[in-house]
Design a protein around this ligand. Structure first.
Ligand code: BES
Ligand code: MN
Ligand code: ZN
Length: 496
């Protein structure tokens, strides 16, 4: 799909279809009003005949209207202008893109940047337009022998009516295109099955991406990890025929002396639970247990394309969690890279076991901040559902930045506590710490476990168990929280 911007006016824009919005009660948006003027009132007459009352989510198609250069006019219902916020903006873009695909036009000129979305500016509208459009158009067909019919829609043009608006929209479209491409990559990696997307596959893809986009990538293998003393990570990989990989990505967008932001992504390419085996129902979804890793890799693609002026390190501990004669057993005690010993009371709490060593490894970069992203706990879905990611942090200003980035990109997070009171639950009779803390506050105790390995820097943890993929009929990776992460990094780059 091609995205572009154009300085024009809806009635003059010669294309297969021009798109304008109608508010509830058939109230015309500014672009619709222009069509009304240009057609001597005919537009409003057809609007009534078509029964377009402006209810959010509705569409109508008009065609061959004298005075309008485009062959068709797609009307999109916007609902009440008072309620038209970021969610409505995304919903409206999704509705438009789905309708355009359904109609089968090759291109369209979309005149919606004049719609008021709270205090959001044109760059924001254009960025989110591109992200939502790419997200909506995504299909995963790589593993199907028969592909779906090719789509006719190949070009979306965001229409603007002033020079300043055009400039702002151009910036937003570029950013949105980069973010969308990062999300597409992350979704592909997430959707690939566990027998294809192994730790080695993630490593190869990362090396390929780094070559393509001109950043550094290195892959540590089993021997390197043994040397580093990553006993906790290795205890998870032990039960699998797939060797673990530790992927290190380095993007230098700022002078090398500037401290980097470190992103750490959980890369369990399949989570059976190990000897603490998971029940069979929906276990296939545990192929998505590397979505944290995918979000790191996808974010690198996005920031490399944007040429973000910031140094960013990406760390991906990748392993498969399997039951086997060599697998870790409940009660086993391992020594992490930090020196802390861990009693593995449940082999299904493996995410924290690979993350803790990656978090210790992160120290060497003297980071300005470390953010880990992980499909860490089913309990996070119980607490927050599928709307927002869980956020935990040892630094309030960092938490605030991430919450704001989530609001800005409409990929929201909600903060939960990691008070010391919860550390009680992680006490072990035999080792320094246990890897589970009982049923109560499962997401919090998981984060508290991680916090023991992050004392030397500002750190935040995003539990994306509820947001990284959708189940049911629309099963598939979501590309979240790449919008949040890129927004956070863009703000950090601006400040620097
Ligand atoms: N990958 C899972 C968490 C998960 C489960 C995410 C379901 C999304 C949907 C993680 O490794 C896990 O198994 N966590 C356990 C922890 C428990 C043993 C303390 C869980 O959530 O049940
Ligand atoms: Mn698990
Ligand atoms: Zn897991």
């Amino acid at each position: 799909m091609e995205f572009s911007t154009k300085l024009s006016s809806p009635e003059k824009h010669a294309s297969a279809c021009v798109v304008v919005g109608i508010y509830e009660g058939s109230v015309l948006s500014a672009a619709a009003e222009t069509l009304q003027q240009a057609t001597g009132g005919e537009f409003g007459e057809l609007l009534r005949l078509a029964g377009m009352r402006g209810k959010a989510g509705t569409t109508r198609l008009l065609y061959r209207l004298p005075g309008v250069a485009a062959k068709r006019i797609l009307l999109v219902g916007l609902g009440n202008p008072k309620d038209f916020g970021p969610k409505s903006w995304h919903d409206c873009v999704i509705t438009i893109v789905k309708a355009l695909v359904d109609i089968g036009v090759p291109d369209a000129g979309i005149y919606i940047t004049n719609l008021k979305v709270g205090t959001r500016d044109t760059t924001w509208k254009a960025r989110q337009f591109a992200v939502a459009a790419i997200d909506t158009l995504y299909r995963f067909e790589r593993m199907k022998s028969k592909k779906e019919e090719a789509r006719t829609l190949s070009r979306l043009i965001l229409g603007t009516t002033s020079r300043e608006e055009l400039k702002a929209a151009e910036i937003g479209i570029k950013e949105g295109f980069a973010i969308g491409a990062g999300m597409t990559l992350a979704k592909d990696l997430g959707n690939l099955p566990g027998n294809v997307c192994t730790p080695s596959y993630l490593a190869e893809q990362s090396l390929g991406l780094a070559r393509e986009w001109g950043f550094d990538a290195r892959v540590l293998d089993l021997k390197d990890m043994v040397k580093l003393g990553m006993g906790s990570l290795l205890s998870v990989a032990k039960g699998s025929r797939q060797p673990p990989k530790f992927i290190v990505l380095k993007y230098f967008g700022a002078p090398r002396k500037e401290k980097p932001v470190v992103l750490v992504g959980k890369g369990i390419t399949f989570d059976t639970g190990g000897i603490s085996l998971k029940p069979g129902a929906e276990m296939d979804e545990m192929k998505f247990d590397m979505c944290g890793a995918a979000s790191v890799i996808g974010t690198f693609r996005a920031i490399a394309q944007m040429r973000l002026k910031l140094n960013v390190i990406g760390l991906v501990p990748a392993a498969e969690n399997m039951p086997d004669g060599a697998a870790s057993k409940p009660g086993d005690i391992v020594t992490s890279m930090s020196g802390q010993t861990i009693e593995i009371l449940n082999t299904d709490a493996e995410g924290r076991l690979i993350l803790c060593d990656a978090l210790t490894y992160a120290e060497q970069f003297k980071p300005q901040a470390v953010v880990d992203i992980a499909t860490l706990t089913g309990a996070c879905i119980i607490a927050l559902g599928h709307v927002c990611s869980g956020l935990f942090s040892n630094k309030d200003t960092l938490a605030g930045e991430l919450l704001a980035a989530g609001e800005e990109s409409w990929d929201r997070a909600w903060q939960l506590p990691i008070w010391d009171d919860y550390q009680e639950q992680l006490k072990s009779n035999f080792a320094d710490v246990a890897n589970i803390g009982g049923r109560a506050a499962g997401s919090v105790t998981a984060a508290c476990f991680l916090s023991r390995f992050t004392k030397n820097y500002d750190w935040a943890h995003l539990d994306i168990a509820g947001t990284a993929w959708r189940s049911g009929k629309d099963k598939g990776a979501s590309g979240r929280p790449i919008p949040l992460l890129t927004s956070f990094l863009m703000k950090r780059a601006e400040k620097q």
